[in-house]
Structure formats: structure tokens, C-alpha cells
Design a protein around this ligand. Structure first.
Ligand code: GDP
Length: 365
């Protein structure tokens, strides 16, 4: 039946037949078109101008798993590289509850008092499994998150620790090109991601708590050995004496460690991130460290070593992905695993068979 309302001029209005159900999907809604990707040149221009929206978008491209995005991201990174490197990269770690976010908020504001810009990045490989990041959450750093010169980015969520760490390292390059001269890389101190963070920062800060008197036992030796500075948080109220005791214990423990590669003797300080006590002292220590390693050449040497490390890390990651993402290899692996578990074949020959199969496939291409 014809209805005047169905005429084209009344777009948006339809009259249905009798009691017929109206269509569930709005027929006037057209599929939203995806925003076309900008060129790398446009992105780099925005980043160099310090445009935060462009920077965020570029970081999203770095984190994206789409091959198209990855190509663009790599182009952007290459173009930003000559404009990068001009920052202090500081790793911050501590167990959950040590006060990382409170301290980063306070340290961050202290750093920004002298001008400049601060980027806070996070590495949290657990977020892939838990589908939620426990680090780098904007709301945890209340003062910094509204500061115009602070850029806070939570951990990339997808991928292995190596993948997450590589993306964070690439994000550092973008942030530096955008004029961020202080970079904090935060990680939760439970013993997996520290090595990755250590391999991308100049200074590694370990936040500790004074506790029950046996705090030294609870800390992984490896993490302490990596630290350039150990700071005991929550040195406030009736906790001050315990914090001082912990400070003395850490100081004597550090003497038992081999000398650091930089020649720097790690310092131990007490502070309170929440009550803002002892913050300038912590920062003076970091200033002293940078002056020391710039003077003795370690700063440059370490950055070069890190660049080489990340080249090999990236090769390793890509080789692993290429191998494990191959469907035929996957099928063969499942079969070999069964045989190894059933004692029908040794681990060694099973591994050799799978690798032989993989190399043969490669050579046939
Ligand atoms: P994170 O898990 O390491 O990021 O730790 P948070 O920054 O979230 O802090 C954990 C808890 O410790 C929070 O309840 C903070 O309010 C408290 N806290 C952090 N810094 C201090 C401090 O300097 N003094 C005191 N008394 N409490 C603090």
C-alpha cells in the first residue's frame, strides 16, 4: 500500500504494513567508514610539534597487531629516530603496594616544576592474561594525569613480555621526538619484567618498603643488583625509624654486591611519596648519577649496548613468531609433544625433527 509518509522527502519516517514488525536494524544507518590512515610524514610532523593526539595515535599504531599498522608505525619510528635520545629514561619498580603510582605522581610534579615534559609508560605483561592492566592506569596518578606536560600511557596489552617491552621501547622514541625530556618506565617488581625495563632505561630505581625486619630476604637479588638507586617509601609518621633501619640494612647489603658496570655506587634513601618528604633528595641523587655517567662515558656506551640488544631481541622475537605461527609446524609440534610425553621419542630428536621440517619448508619457498 502507498503511504504519503513513505515519500523520499520524509526520510526517516516509514509506515509499515499493518502490524508488521519494524525492521530491527535502522535502515538509514550507513556503515561507518574507517578513518583513512594518515601518512607517516603527517604523523611525524604532528609528533615533532608535540601534538598529543598525534602522539597517542602513533603509539596505538606501534601497539597494533595489524601488519598495515606495523609498517606505518615502523616508518614513523625511523623518521622520529634522529629526533630522539634527548631524555632521561628512568625505570621505576617495586612490588604492588610499594607506592609506585603515588611516588610517580609526586616525583613527576617535582620534575615538571623545572619545566620540560614527562612521559610515564608502563610494562605490565600480566595484563594479557588478566585482561586488565594494573599499571599505568591514568586514575592512579591523579595530579599528573591532569598536568598539561605529562603524557601517561598504560602498558601495551597484547603479546609476550618481549613484545610488550619492544613496543614500550619504540614508544620512548616517539615520546622523545615529541619533546618529552623525562621518561618514566614503570613496572611491577615481581621479577619478570625488570630485565626488560633495565635494558631500556638509563637509571633504575627500586622502591622498597620498611617492613618486618627481614625485608632483605624477600627481594630478588637480581633486582637489587640492577638498581642504581634504592628508595624506601612511606618514611613518615611512626614508620620513620623502621625506614631508617631498612636503609642501613640495604646499604650494608649493597656493599656485598659486585661493583656496577657504570662504576656508580647505588645509593639508598628514605622518602615519603604521599607526604612529599625527601623528594628533592631523591632527585638530587638521580642528577648526580646522570652527571657521573655522562662524565665517564657510560651513558653513551649503555645506550649503544641497548640499541644492539634490541636489534637481537627483535630478531629473536620475529624468528620465534615465524616458527610458532606456522600451521604445519604447529601440527607437527602437537604430534611430537605427544610422542615425547609418551616416552616414544626423546626431547632432543623431537626438537631436531621439527626444526628440520621447518628449515626444509623454508628452503622450498
Ligand atoms: P603501587 O601499587 O606500587 O602503585 O602503590 P600505590 O601508589 O597504589 O600505593 C599503595 C598504598 O600505599 C596506597 O594506599 C597509598 O596511599 C599508600 N602510600 C603510598 N605512598 C605512601 C607514603 O609515602 N606514605 C604512606 N603512609 N602511604 C603511602
Amino acid at each position: 500500500m502507498e503511504h504519503i509518509e513513505n515519500d523520499e522527502q520524509f526520510a526517516g519516517l516509514t509506515v509499515n504494513e499493518g502490524v508488521a514488525q519494524p525492521p530491527i536494524v535502522n535502515p538509514y544507518m550507513t556503515r561507518r567508514r574507517r578513518r583513512p590512515l594518515p601518512t607517516s610524514g603527517e604523523m611525524v610532523e604532528g609528533i615533532l610539534k608535540g601534538d598529543v593526539t598525534t602522539l597517542s595515535r602513533a603509539v596505538t599504531l606501534v601497539e597494533s597487531l595489524s601488519p598495515e599498522h606495523q609498517v606505518l608505525a615502523q616508518e614513523i619510528i625511523e623518521k622520529c629516530l634522529p629526533h630522539s635520545g634527548n631524555s632521561r629514561r628512568i625505570g621505576i619498580t617495586g612490588v604492588p603496594g610499594a607506592g609506585k603510582s603515588t611516588s610517580i605522581d609526586t616525583f613527576g610534579l617535582h620534575v615538571l616544576k623545572d619545566g620540560g615534559k614527562l612521559a610515564v609508560l608502563a610494562i605490565d605483561p600480566s595484563s594479557e592474561r588478566t585482561k586488565g592492566s594494573i599499571l599505568g592506569d591514568k586514575t592512579r596518578m591523579e595530579k599528573l594525569s591532569i598536568h598539561p606536560n605529562a603524557f601517561i600511557r598504560p602498558s601495551p596489552s597484547a603479546g609476550s613480555l618481549g613484545g610488550v617491552a619492544r613496543k614500550t621501547r619504540e614508544t620512548i622514541v616517539l615520546c622523545e621526538a615529541a619533546g618529552y625530556n623525562n621518561i618514566f618506565v614503570e613496572t611491577v617488581g615481581v621479577g619478570q619484567s625488570e630485565t626488560a625495563v633495565h635494558s631500556m632505561v638509563d637509571f633504575f630505581l627500586l622502591i622498597q618498603l620498611a617492613g618486618t625486619g627481614d625485608e632483605l630476604q624477600g627481594i630478588k637479588r637480581g633486582i637489587m643488583e640492577m638498581a642504581d638507586g634504592i628508595v624506601i617509601n612511606k618514611a613518615d609518621g611512626d614508620n620513620i625509624d623502621r625506614a631508617r633501619l631498612a636503609q642501613a640494612q640495604f646499604r650494608s647489603a649493597l656493599h656485598l654486591f659486585p661493583p656496577t658496570l657504570s662504576g656508580w655506587m647505588p645509593e639508598v634513601l628514605c622518602y615519603s611519596g604521599y607526604y612529599e618528604i625527601g623528594i628533592p633528595e631523591v632527585w638530587e641523587m638521580i642528577d648526580r648519577y646522570f652527571a657521573f655517567i655522562k662524565e665517564n662515558g657510560y651513558f653513551e656506551r649503555k645506550r649503544q649496548e641497548q640499541a644492539r640488544y634490541w636489534m637481537y631481541e627483535t630478531i629473536n622475537e620475529q624468528l620465534r613468531n615465524h616458527f610458532y605461527n606456522n600451521e604445519d609446524v604447529d601440527a607437527l609440534l602437537a604430534d611430537k609433544e605427544r610422542r615425547v610425553l609418551g616416552n616414544q621419542q626423546s626431547s632432543f630428536t623431537a626438537a631436531r625433527d621439527v626444526l628440520d621440517f621447518y628449515f626444509k619448508k623454508l628452503s622450498e619457498k
